[in-house]
Write a protein that binds this ligand. Structure first.
Ligand SMILES: NC(=O)c1ccc[n+]([C@@H]2O[C@H](COP(=O)([O-])OP(=O)(O)OC[C@H]3O[C@@H](n4cnc5c(N)ncnc54)[C@H](OP(=O)(O)O)[C@@H]3O)[C@@H](O)[C@H]2O)c1
Length: 263
């Protein structure tokens, strides 16, 4: 179980209402850590908050779109009276799955702004506080998609690759201050968002993770950064990191087409 003295008393979970974010909230609460949950839809947010509160910790909710220009300021203000020992940046699935020239730039911009802009802004804010206190943890939820370019996910793959490489640099910068940084790389995970998006979880042989399991792996390995690959996907990540980029991209293309719903 995660150490409350080191990563408490409060956690901020950006994208904390369902799926992996809700699993993080429950498991942090089990360790006695209070949580601030952020998500857009008030219903699931309130439901998760109530369930987590029943574990005896304090819960604050912020129903907001992390893409709203005022979101980061609002989060800063709503957390200025608490000591945040762990930040989980979970929101960030691909919300705009189009071939690049078929889609509109503003749609892709949302994927970039959430995964880069908001993630960096919250990491900067809470990271500074943690560095000052000499303890804490930052978990950025990444993806196997960040190891290989994929059609209809080119921008998403790019931002997840950025996040992983960024996490490595930040890990180097913060480790001497006692602040842990972890890029938690997920493969296909059975989240409500992906169920709604119509992902085909039933492809024979497909390795599908459960949100509780990957969150547990993330918390257990927060100090084992900069990158931890959850769900038994180490071989997949290694294979996707090879030098034959054309062969690898083409090889994964058919599998990706089977996984994603038609446009
Ligand atoms: N599921 C997979 O197969 C898979 C695979 C690899 C990596 N990942 C990564 O795992 C993370 C979680 O993915 P997910 O499948 O659970 O989907 P997700 O759409 O990222 O949703 C996760 C949480 O974030 C919130 N959220 C999403 N967009 C938001 C926004 N603009 N503002 C505020 N809150 C927002 C959602 O609630 P609301 O919708 O109510 O806002 C939910 O609580 C992502 O970073 C994703 O890249 C997932």
């Amino acid at each position: 179980m995660i150490d409350e003295q080191r990563y408490g008393p409060w956690a901020v979970i950006a994208g904390g209402s369902e799926g992996v974010g809700a699993s993080f909230a429950h498991q942090l609460a089990d360790a006695g850590i209070h949580v601030v949950l952020i998500a857009r839809k008030p219903g699931p947010l309130a439901e998760t908050a109530d369930a987590v509160r029943r574990k005896g910790v304090q819960v604050r909710t912020l129903a907001m779109d992390l893409l709203d220009p005022s979101a980061v300021d609002e989060i800063r203000q709503s957390t200025q009276d608490i000591d945040v020992g762990i930040l989980v940046f979970n929101a960030g699935a691909n919300s705009y799955g189009h071939e690049f020239l078929e889609g509109e730039l503003e749609g892709f911009q949302g994927v970039i702004d959430l995964n880069l802009g908001t993630q960096l802004a919250l990491t900067h804010h809470f990271g500074r506080q943690m560095r000052m206190r000499g303890r804490g943890g930052i978990i950025l939820v990444g993806s196997l998609a960040g190891y290989l370019g994929q059609a209809r996910q080119s921008v998403y793959s790019g931002v997840k690759a950025f996040s992983r490489v960024f996490a490595e640099g930040l890990w180097l910068e913060l480790s001497e201050y006692g602040v842990d940084v972890l890029e938690l790389v997920l493969g296909v995970t059975r989240t409500p968002a992906m169920e709604r998006a119509g992902l085909n979880f039933d492809i024979p042989g497909l390795n599908v993770s459960e949100p509780d399991d990957v969150a547990r792996e993330g918390l257990a390995n927060v100090a084992n950064g900069p990158v931890y690959i959850a769900g038994g996907n180490e071989t997949a990540a290694e294979q996707r990191s090879g030098l034959d980029r054309a062969g690898l991209a083409l090889g994964a293309h058919e599998a990706t087409k089977r996984l994603l719903p038609d446009e």
